[in-house]
Ligand binder design. Structure first.
Ligand code: CUA
Length: 192
């Protein structure tokens, strides 16, 4: 009987300590959750309020008639400064040009847009990958490490013909590519 007396005296103490400790941890968890929500709200609003840098637009209605993306200007060109640029247009359900030639081991800048809906492409297993959005010019620069052939499928669902929408990319040794490239001409590997 005498040993029972200290037990009820200690019990409320440890119980109170446990509750206080749990309450402390609950506040810590709540603080972490509040911090994460605050970060989500801040980054969401921040990105919504900031336009992406270097947005270039193009008029879809006159795309094929004048300017950079007329058919005769599509394909690969080598500028006076030696820079390699690929211009392409996507539409349901093909790319123009259907076969793209690029050099290996040299920076290649892609510039593309779409005439109708959102398309996209990825070149084989390389990091050449972008979306093509009507009225916007998508651009990126990449270097293909080695010569070879790649498939370039559309990777944004764009309609019933989506899975049949793809082009080919031929990566040539730089010397072979430069031998083919002529100033002012547009190169492609489309069979003519
Ligand atoms: Cu174009 Cu999918």
């Amino acid at each position: 009987m005498s040993s029972a007396a200290p037990v009820p005296a200690r019990e409320p103490d440890s119980h109170a300590i446990a509750i206080a400790s749990e309450r402390r941890w609950a506040w810590v968890v709540l603080a972490i959750m509040a911090l994460l929500v605050a970060m989500m709200v801040f980054t969401g609003l921040h990105w919504a309020a900031m336009p992406p840098s270097r947005v270039e637009t193009v008029d879809v209605k006159t795309l094929h008639l004048k300017g950079e993306f007329v058919e005769s200007n599509l394909g690969t060109s080598v500028g006076a400064d030696g820079k390699v640029t690929v211009r392409l247009v996507a539409q349901q359900y093909s790319f123009e040009p259907q076969c793209i030639v690029v050099p290996a081991g040299m920076p290649v800048t892609f510039r593309g847009t779409s005439t109708d809906t959102i398309h996209g492409f990825v070149v084989g297993t390389t990091n050449a990958n972008t979306m093509l959005i009507p009225a916007f010019v998508s651009t990126f620069t990449t270097t293909f490490a080695k010569p070879g052939e790649h498939l370039m499928p559309c990777h944004e669902y764009c309609g019933t013909g989506h899975e049949a929408m793809w082009a080919r990319v031929q990566v040539l040794p730089a010397a072979e590519f430069m031998a083919k490239a002529k100033p002012g001409e547009r190169l492609s590997c489309v069979a003519r």
